[in-house]
Design a protein around this ligand. Structure first.
Ligand SMILES: [Zn+2]
Length: 593
């Protein structure tokens, strides 16, 4: 299957070169080239677009958990050829916000190349209870898929739950599959979802095998270059490596404060502490799954990803011909580090500076191999992050942690008070909340009712949803509650940004019946020091930088969303927009000639 694709591609390349020579004169006939000096005279320098060359490569760079304000906080510490190059030579949409909730990795990554919200992509979380099977599923879990190069019994993943087409899918449709589309990340969801259902490949890092893996959704065996990449055991060279600060400590004290403030209460980490330098062993004596897991929490896993991406560009010849290829690369380490240490930590600062240098190296590499003038580069994030609640509290902000068990108990009590008025024992309302694999169906703030029990007792769905919402609202820290009936009837005020974001995150077949939201700076649970997922700006406000072919450099303060990326790319590339694309074309930043 792989072989025939390559040979077809070679033939197609030959044909496209022929076609190019045939077409060139007509292109010139339509758009006579003007002398350079004349162009420069008629277009003021800051407004001048990069010449509209048909891009050979679309390069989507995602940093998992990267708040917009990092671009401002650390701007002067970035290197000239990384993020600063994208801001200087590209277009910078400074007011880019996700318009959906939950702001998690999978929904964010699914939005980027589909231009659609979870309400259309169906990716309503990283994982959720599945009504059809009664089991917990992840956004990419697939019982029918087989993992390639993983450990015995390790689960595989595929894009089968993604309901919308991506830019990569549309580009391959346009070029009759001559274009190549590849997704790469440490996380399966972050490689699979942006590349799409018709991608050539998605690769992610197995914490169990320490190798870059894929699934038989794409092919029956890994390409030879991936096997030889893995045979060199590239992860193992980081065993025992020390993660030190990139710059003198004074810079970190000035911008992020002390290395181990009281709210940085991360609990025990095997073989490491919460202060620099961090030694990466995972507490193991030799590279094993504990070590590979620990590697994710360091910039070294970003380095590993960068070298894999470079190998992919070389071996898959990405950007080598006129059929535009797509590479989506998502750096995950920033998310792991941000969860553990919080956005105002020295560690978050350091990994931000380091990912900037990785991006610089990647851009330099792409410039040498493909030419940045032949590439459209997009830089963004899947979500931001809230400060650690204890940190927010220490500052007088309304930080706090809400126990999901408290919210569930309140809803159960409210339901029992309404539907078990005679206080019968056993309580007939006991099974009104659905169980999934023995856990209560209250997940990601979504409550799932048991339709069989409600039908048995003749319970009115609309009413019980209201009863549950009223009960949830009695719990301190809960700010809003939405019901399925409200959302399905679109009875929400669209001018209310929080309601709109909930609505955009609601996919009827997968979301719950009641959706509970907490106040700003609070969140559910105490397992993770810092997290994200809310409709508040610390989670929704992300960078959006585009540079290269067809982009007009500048700083744009117009409101934008990550759902605008796909329709904008479709416009630049002359593509059919992805199936559920709802974003706007960012006309202010693209060459419209
Ligand atoms: Zn995260």
């Amino acid at each position: 299957m792989t072989h025939s694709r390559y040979s077809r591609r070679a033939l197609a390349f030959g044909l496209s070169v022929l076609l190019l020579f045939t077409l060139l004169p007509s292109v010139f006939a339509q758009r006579p080239a003007r002398p350079r000096a004349e162009q420069a005279a008629t277009q003021p320098a800051p407004q001048r677009a990069t010449a509209r060359v048909h891009p050979r490569l679309v390069l989507l760079i995602v940093v998992d958990q990267f708040r917009y304000d990092y671009l401002e906080r650390f701007n002067d510490l970035f290197v000239p050829n990384g993020l600063r190059r994208l801001m200087r030579d590209g277009a910078n949409w400074t007011e880019t916000n996700y318009d959906h909730m939950p702001t998690y990795t999978a929904p964010g990554h699914a939005t980027l190349m589909t231009g659609a919200w979870p309400a259309e992509t169906g990716i309503v979380g990283n994982d959720w209870p599945d009504r059809d099977t009664g089991k917990m599923v992840t956004s990419v879990s697939d019982e029918t898929a087989v993992l390639l190069d993983g450990e015995e019994g390790e689960k595989a993943s595929s894009p089968r739950r993604l309901m919308a087409s991506t830019i990569g899918d549309e580009i391959r449709l346009k070029t009759n599959d001559r274009s190549k589309v590849i997704g790469i990340s440490v996380k399966d969801r972050a490689s699979i979802l942006p590349s799409g259902r018709h991608a050539n490949a998605a690769y992610w890092f197995s914490q169990r095998s320490g190798r870059m893996v894929s699934s038989n959704y794409y092919f029956n065996q890994l390409p030879a270059w991936v096997k030889s990449f893995n045979d060199a055991r590239p992860a193992d060279k980081y065993f025992g490596a020390r993660w030190e600060r990139l710059l003198p400590e004074a810079e970190y004290l000035k911008r992020a404060g002390a290395d181990a403030p009281p709210w940085e209460n991360i609990g025990p980490i095997k073989g490491d502490t919460n202060t620099f330098p961090h030694t990466v062993t995972g507490g193991a004596g030799a590279p094993d799954s504990d070590f590979y897991g620990a590697l994710d929490y360091t910039p070294f896993s970003n380095d590993l990803l960068l070298s894999f991406a470079q190998a992919a560009i070389i071996n898959e010849k990405l950007g080598a011909d006129e059929d535009t290829d797509v590479l989506t690369l998502s750096f995950s380490a920033n998310d792991y580090v941000g969860h553990r240490f919080g956005p105002y930590s020295q560690e978050a600062m350091d990994i931000t500076l380091r990912v900037d240098r990785s991006i610089a190296a990647l851009l330099d590499f792409v410039n040498t191999r493909v030419g940045l003038q032949n590439t459209v580069v997009v830089f963004t994030a899947d979500h931001g992050v809230a400060p650690i609640p204890e940190h927010a509290s220490a500052l007088g902000l309304s930080g706090g942690r809400i126990r999901t068990a408290d919210v569930l108990r309140a809803m159960r009590l409210g339901i029992s008070a309404r539907y078990n008025r005679k206080n019968e024992q056993p309580d007939p309302t006991i099974d009104y909340v659905q169980k999934f694999e023995n856990r209560d169906g209250f997940y990601n703030g979504n409550l799932y009712f048991n339709p069989v029990a409600l039908k048995r007792d003749g319970i009115n769905q609309e009413e019980i949803e209201r009863v549950a919402c009223e009960a949830a609202m009695t719990v301190p820290g809960i700010s809003r509650c939405f019901t399925r009936m409200q959302l399905q009837r679109e009875g929400i005020p669209f001018a209310d940004p929080v309601a709109r974001r909930i609505f955009h995150g609601f996919y009827a077949r997968r979301s719950g019946d009641v959706i509970v939201l907490y106040e700003p700076f609070k969140y559910f649970g105490d397992a993770i020091p810092a997290t994200h997922g809310s409709p508040y700006s610390y989670d929704t406000h992300v960078p959006l930088l585009m540079m290269g072919s067809g982009i007009v450099p500048g700083r744009y303060n117009q409101a934008a969303t990550p759902a605008d990326i796909a329709p904008t790319l479709a416009s630049i590339l002359g593509l059919q927009a992805p199936s559920n694309s709802v974003g706007r074309v960012l006309v202010e930043g693209i060459n419209r000639k």
